[in-house]
Every structure is written in C-alpha cells, then in structure tokens.
Ligand binder design. Sequence first.
Ligand code: ZN
Length: 119
Amino acid sequence: MTTTKQELYDVLLGLRETYRDKVAQMESAQVLDITGTGYTNHQAEDATAVYEQTVGASTLRAAQTRLRQIDEALAKYADGTYGVCENCGQEIDIARLEAIPYTTLCLRCAETRDYQAGV
Ligand SMILES: [Zn+2]
C-alpha cells in the first residue's frame, strides 16, 4: 500500500504538535537555566551550566527550524503544492516524503544542493 499525501498531511499535523510541545518545553527550561546561571559561587558548576545552556540553545534552534519547515509543508499542502520540488518543480518521490515529510526538494536537487554546500 502506498502512502497518500493525505496520510502525510496527518503525519505532519502530528509532528507539528510534537515539535510545538518540544519548543515550548525547551523555551521554559531555558528561561530557568538563564536565571540559574551566575548565582553559584562554584566556578565549575557555572561552566557546566553555561555549557548545558549552549547545548540547549542549539537544540532549541534546531527544533524551531524543524517546526517552521513543518508549518511551511502544511501551508504548501493547503496551496496544493505539497510534494512538489521547490527547485525543479518535479513531484517529490513519495518514499522520500515518507522519510522526510517536510522536505521541499526532490532527492536529486537535495543532493546537488548538499554537493554545492560542500556537505
Ligand atoms: Zn528537484
């Protein structure tokens, strides 16, 4: 049985909920971290707190970026352009969408882009 775009839409809705929760949790955790930093006299503890805060910030950014990609994919679905490659205008392979439902590029264009970016 082949996955339909309707099913992928449902997957995206689920992912959006997951990432919304994740981002909200990390945002509130970060506020606590920032408030907590600098109030201990122990230097090593402070360093650890700063390190954890940095890791938290990059994880938060990654989750925010993912959430934006999911929102964009849902907007495309509403436009009727979901699953169409942004670069070449070809239909993105359904197997690729199953793996990465929020992708905006077909495999060929993604590989070309990664190659150009030096990845
Ligand atoms: Zn393409």
